[in-house]
Design a protein around this ligand. Structure first.
Ligand SMILES: [Zn+2]
Length: 224
């Protein structure tokens, strides 16, 4: 599988570089990432790097925290689920719920409480990456699918654009652009997203309040 072939060291350094240049005045959000699919840790990290770069180039500051599913969490734990409108949860799963469109790579729970939960289907993402190998890598598809769902959740709707990352169904040209880090959120929707995040009380400092001083960019315990 192409997912398992990527080099780890290069990705870690690039991810750290992406984190270091976050701005303080930008719209911002926090994403809690769950990995029940047990996607390899380095693939998940590389996907988060892709998503971070994409948000960053769009002028959106994003913080990530890796969460394991546990029954209870202490107050102050950044993985403690809350109704905070600046925080979203994305699961990387293998199960595809009934009713999800055939071929869909991800979905958002827009009717659930807080409207802040989405999932990306790791098996389908891997299949697509294999189909488009070597044009795009598994972690790139995964990262872009995560961003796509986060935008749905932040804007509270399932509508799509005619082009770009928020297209309802990605085409071969979109995967090509994705592989070259050229697939963006179309400008009108990006403007909406940024104003929505600011209205929700985003900003790097505010997001720092959620995750606390001990926050780390990303902690993944499993090695590949
Ligand atoms: Zn969509």
């Amino acid at each position: 599988m192409r997912c398992e072939r990527w080099r780890r060291v290069r990705l870690v350094s690039a991810f750290l570089a992406a984190v270091c240049v976050m701005g303080a005045q930008e719209p911002a959000l926090l994403v809690r990432v769950y990995n029940p699919a047990r996607a390899p840790a380095w693939v998940l990290r590389a996907a988060i790097e892709e998503a971070t770069v994409l948000f960053q180039r769009s002028g959106v500051d994003v913080r990530w925290v890796h969460c394991e599913p546990v029954p209870e969490r202490a107050v102050g734990d950044p993985c403690r689920e809350s109704a905070d409108p600046r925080a979203f949860s994305i699961g990387v799963t293998r199960e595809v719920p009934a009713g999800v469109a055939r071929g869909a790579l991800a979905f958002s729970l827009l009717n659930a409480a807080n409207r802040n939960h989405g999932a990306v289907f790791y098996g389908r993402v891997s299949d697509v990456a294999r189909r488009y190998d070597p044009v795009v890598s598994c972690h790139q598809v995964l990262g872009h699918a995560m961003v796509h769902e986060i935008v749905h959740l932040a804007l509270g709707g399932s509508d799509h654009d005619d082009s770009g990352l928020m297209r309802g169904e990605w085409r071969p040209a979109d995967f090509r652009a994705m592989g070259q880090r050229g697939l963006r959120i179309a400008e009108p929707r990006l403007r909406l997203l940024k104003s929505e995040l600011v209205a929700r009380g985003g900003g790097a400092a505010a997001i720092g309040d959620i995750v606390g001083r001990a926050w780390l960019p990303m902690t993944i315990s499993r090695s590949r």
